[in-house]
Design a protein around this ligand. Sequence first.
Ligand code: GS8
Length: 219
Amino acid sequence: MADEVILLGFWPSPFGMRTRVALAEKGVVYEYKEEDLQHKSPLLLKSNPIHKKIPVLIHNGKPICESLIIVQYIDEVWNDKSPLLPKDSYERVHARFWADFADKKISDYGSRILWKKGEEQEEGKKGFLDCLKLLEGELGEKPYFGGESLGLVDVAFLPFSCWFYSFETCGNFSVEKECPKIIAWVERCKEKESVSKFLQDPQKIYEYVAVLKKRFGVE
Ligand code: GS8
């Protein structure tokens, strides 16, 4: 029997984009269901009763939650092509460390840039750029964080690049000026169809940010 694969997502979510890039890298056929997070579907509430968040991957009726866990599950189950994690145990935990770093730090500092003002926003900006510089160091001279091909860290970090324009506009800075290697890496990744197809338009994300700012009375 063929696998039944369903992904619950929400278009601007960097977490959802990760899972879509991973599924595309593996060539997995799946049904995508866009969620309205203001009115969550019964399927989402049933599949992720703890966090009630997207993304959720439902594989043959079994739900898997949390984007980094989903990406690693995809890598394990569809292991016939495009490995996202190295074979060596130490290299594997090293990749998991940086994926976790990008996950926690970029979300945290990015949110401060978008939703805070004054000193708190400045702290967010500084923290964000410090993280990008550390990630630049980890990338080094490699084409991808995964080496010669896309890996877990690329998949985890890349979707945040669609949010760079919003961070830059709200925080009044330029990622390209501060971290040119990161922008070159984003452009390199976008040459891949598995990536470019699922990374959302930064301008559309900014319009979405403006809607949220209005909704939450942040200006
Ligand atoms: C984060 C998912 C998340 O924040 C992951 O999967 O990696 N750690 C999780 N999802 C958001 C949409 S993106 O901002 C979400 O589903 N929010 C709904 C809510 O909070 O009610």
